[in-house]
Design a binder for this molecule. Structure first.
Ligand code: FDA
Length: 400
């Protein structure tokens, strides 16, 4: 049987990085993946330019940008491998990048550059790489360590790293493998759910907006009760089935089924005051006045729902204008659901952090580690999920 010091299952962001680092520490590493192509999620990430980290990550308070049952769990790994360290690696490999928005760093060229960099790091560590290679049963004994059945034969190793990610985008190789292995070894799993995902809407309340697909605008978006309210200021996009864009992807990670969203379409403007001021000076139709704050297609959708608003603003009743101001500044609508794993950028939930060491990512099962998205640590949109993949891989590799 083929003996290795470490077997890493999953050659995505976390697995590739961990395998390279472990190999460079002198360990004999086998990296396995069932996919035909390597690191597909890095390739498609950031619109093909990989938003590979975020400069604004505050390592003293990572819970600001990460979600999970224990939001403090990620602090140790993130503070020992920072965005600056990954940026230095990217620079050593001569990859040009730029900052786009709120600290988000993207490659100037294709995201394949990040994959090539990780592969070069694996080559420097002498990592053995089997792909595509399906993985079957895994058995463990205190004397022999892990015995892993693979399409290319059985392998043995005292340490096993699971880096198989979450359930998002099953069409490019996502599987529940990591959760099954956790369950096999008696570890708890926080129920997975799609996150950073477009939200769907239906029924009568949505009808007036169904024709707005393609419309984008900046909004403030909120969900949750007063105590645990989350608010984002980002762009919103109307789609054929509902809402998307950064504002909705971010809020989706916090949204609970059945709860409403509250949107402000004119953040920073006192719309009630602006409308009553317009009533004094203007004879334009209300829909035309509204176009000063929101795109005219959206203004038309609102005005079209209420006969009292289909008239010049100077003829409008104060109550009708107050109702309209409320709708612009505090529009409440309840999603019917999400677009699911087919469209979700990440999977929230995962291997329960109560059963993992925050220092090493080793589980309660000796020699079994979980890194990256398979763990119950989910980042915001904007490079945070890759930074968690790099940092958890690094913490694990140091401990192997
Ligand atoms: P990852 O999913 O990268 O890798 C898991 C690997 O395990 C895959 O190669 C898979 O084939 C393999 N595998 C699964 N099951 C297996 C099995 N049974 N046997 C063997 N192998 C198996 N994040 C970010 O920070 N910035 C960004 O710009 C983006 N953009 C983005 C766009 C899109 C469309 C998506 C879907 C996601 C993003 N993300 C992102 C999220 C980011 O891609 C994600 O969080 C990381 O890739 C997670 O890294 P992991 O290594 O944990 O899993």
């Amino acid at each position: 049987m083929n003996p290795f010091d470490v077997v890493v299952i999953g050659a995505g962001a976390a697995g590739l990085f961990c395998a390279g680092l472990a190999g460079q520490r002198g360990l004999k590493v086998l990296l396995l993946d069932h996919g035909e192509r390597i690191a597909e999620k890095i390739r498609i990430s950031g619109g093909g330019r990989a938003n590979f980290t975020n400069r604004d990550l505050d390592v003293r308070a990572p819970q600001r940008h990460f979600i999970g049952d224990n939001p403090n769990f990620c602090r140790s790994a993130l503070s020992r491998y920072t965005p600056q360290q990954f940026i230095a690696l990217v620079q050593r490999h001569g990859i040009a990048f730029h900052e786009k928005h709120k600290g988000q760093l993207f490659c100037d060229g294709p995201s394949q550059q990040i994959i090539d960099m990780l592969l070069a790091e694996c080559a420097a560590g002498g990592v053995t790489h089997w792909q595509p290679c399906g993985v079957g049963e895994i058995a463990w004994s205190a004397e022999g360590g892990y015995e892993i059945q693979t399409r290319r034969g059985a392998v043995r190793s005292p340490r096993l790293v699971i880096a198989t990610g979450g359930l998002s985008i099953p069409q490019i190789g996502a599987s529940d493998f990591g959760y099954r292995i956790a369950a096999q070894f008696g570890l708890r799993v926080v129920a997975p759910r799609p996150a950073l995902v477009p939200l769907t809407f239906g029924g009568e309340a949505w009808e007036p907006y169904a024709g707005l697909a393609g419309l984008a605008l900046p909004v403030q978006i909120e969900t949750g009760s007063k105590k645990e309210r989350m608010t984002f200021h980002e762009d919103l996009l109307f789609t054929h089935r509902g809402l998307s864009g950064p504002a909705v992807l971010q809020i989706s990670s916090y949204w609970k089924p059945g709860a409403p969203l509250t949107l402000d379409f004119a953040p920073g403007t006192d719309v009630a005051a602006a409308l009553s001021e317009a009533k004094q000076r203007s004879r334009k139709r209300i829909g035309n006045e509204l176009a000063a704050w929101v795109p005219s297609r959206l203004a038309d959708a609102w005005v079209g729902q209420d006969a009292a608003l289909q008239r010049p603003i100077n003829e409008a009743a104060d109550r009708a204008l107050a109702g309209l101001a409320e709708r612009i500044a505090r529009w409440q609508i309840t999603p019917s659901g999400t677009e699911g794993y087919k469209k979700a950028e990440v999977t929230a939930g995962g291997v329960d952090t109560r059963d993992l060491s925050s220092q090493t990512l080793e589980s309660k099962q000796p020699g079994l580690y979980f890194i990256g998205e398979v763990v119950d640590v989910t980042g915001w949109l904007g490079g945070y999920n890759f930074q968690w993949a790099w940092a958890s891989a690094h913490a694990c590799a140091q401990a192997l």
